[in-house]
Design a protein around this ligand. Structure first.
Ligand SMILES: NC(=O)c1ccc[n+]([C@@H]2O[C@H](COP(=O)([O-])OP(=O)(O)OC[C@H]3O[C@@H](n4cnc5c(N)ncnc54)[C@H](O)[C@@H]3O)[C@@H](O)[C@H]2O)c1
Length: 238
């Protein structure tokens, strides 16, 4: 559907769930993909390689981006998707739970954008898509750390869109509702049922539903969209 021939996409958290679905969709549309993830899924996908990194480590991500640029010569799309959740009501949330989630979800995205932005500024093009959440927009019981990180991503998205707009770089976010992945598979049945009942379309998202929106934002069809947050939630948060 899209022509991403000769384009290089970097997808963080690309070893599973939404990230892997996004990587596969980029591949189907002709791009080469580098997945940056804590773990290697040990699968073979043509034109795709997996690099093992911790997105929360600033200097490690600097090295990772330099390596990708040396090998691939260019980066066209940066998808900041790596994320974790460690849930607790605020009065029980530990400092460690707070720091872990903020470090991966928010600082991890800063780390990648910081290190890739000079390249995008030099070549005067690039697309960044950050994976936020509807819970960053509305808040959610038990998810203070997660919701704060995802709300933070929205401020980061809008700010970087302002900073990189003149360099012809589009910066957007997607805000999924509940998606059936590893992250959510152990949630209590009641929470899944509640999320389903919140949707207007009567279904929960598959990872591919989110990948479709991410790919659209990287395509020429979205060239005049920047600083935007697109909910992909079946109407869960209207
Ligand atoms: N599943 C949902 O319901 C949902 C809803 C809204 C937003 N999201 C967001 O979508 C993104 C993807 O989530 P998912 O549901 O596919 O989860 P997932 O657990 O299937 O995938 C997340 C990936 O991130 C990787 N990762 C975790 N910590 C990392 C780190 N420090 N460095 C590098 N990689 C790391 C994991 O190894 C994993 O492959 C996350 O940012 C999540 O917050 C998910």
């Amino acid at each position: 559907m899209f022509d991403f021939k000769d384009k290089i996409a970097v997808v963080t958290g690309g070893s599973g769930g939404i990230g892997l679905a996004t990587a596969k969709l980029f591949l189907e549309n002709g791009a080469k993909v580098v997945c940056a993830d804590l773990k290697n899924p040990k699968i073979n996908l043509e034109n795709c390689r997996f690099v093992e990194v911790d997105v929360s480590n600033f200097s490690e991500i600097g090295k990772c981006v330099r390596n990708i640029l040396e090998t691939e010569k260019s980066i066209d799309f940066l998808i900041n998707n790596a994320g974790i959740s460690q849930d607790s009501p605020i009065w029980k949330m530990t400092e460690e739970q707070w720091d872990n989630v903020l470090n991966v979800n928010l600082k991890g995205t800063f780390n990648f954008i910081h290190h890739v932005s000079e390249h995008f500024r030099e070549k005067k093009s690039g697309k960044i898509v950050n994976v936020s959440s509807i819970n960053g927009l509305r808040g959610k019981f038990g998810l203070a750390n997660y919701a704060a990180s995802k709300a933070g991503l929205i401020g980061l998205t809008k700010t970087v869109a302002k900073e990189l707009g003149k360099s012809n770089v589009n910066v957007n976010a997607v805000a999924p509702g509940l998606v059936e992945t590893e992250l959510t598979k152990n949630l209590p049945e009641k929470i899944l049922e509640n999320a389903l009942s919140e949707t207007l379309l009567g279904r929960l998202a598959k990872p591919e539903d989110i990948a479709n929106a991410i790919i659209f934002l990287c395509s020429g069809f979205a060239k005049h969209i920047t600083g935007e947050v697109i909910k992909v939630d079946g109407g869960q948060y209207v």
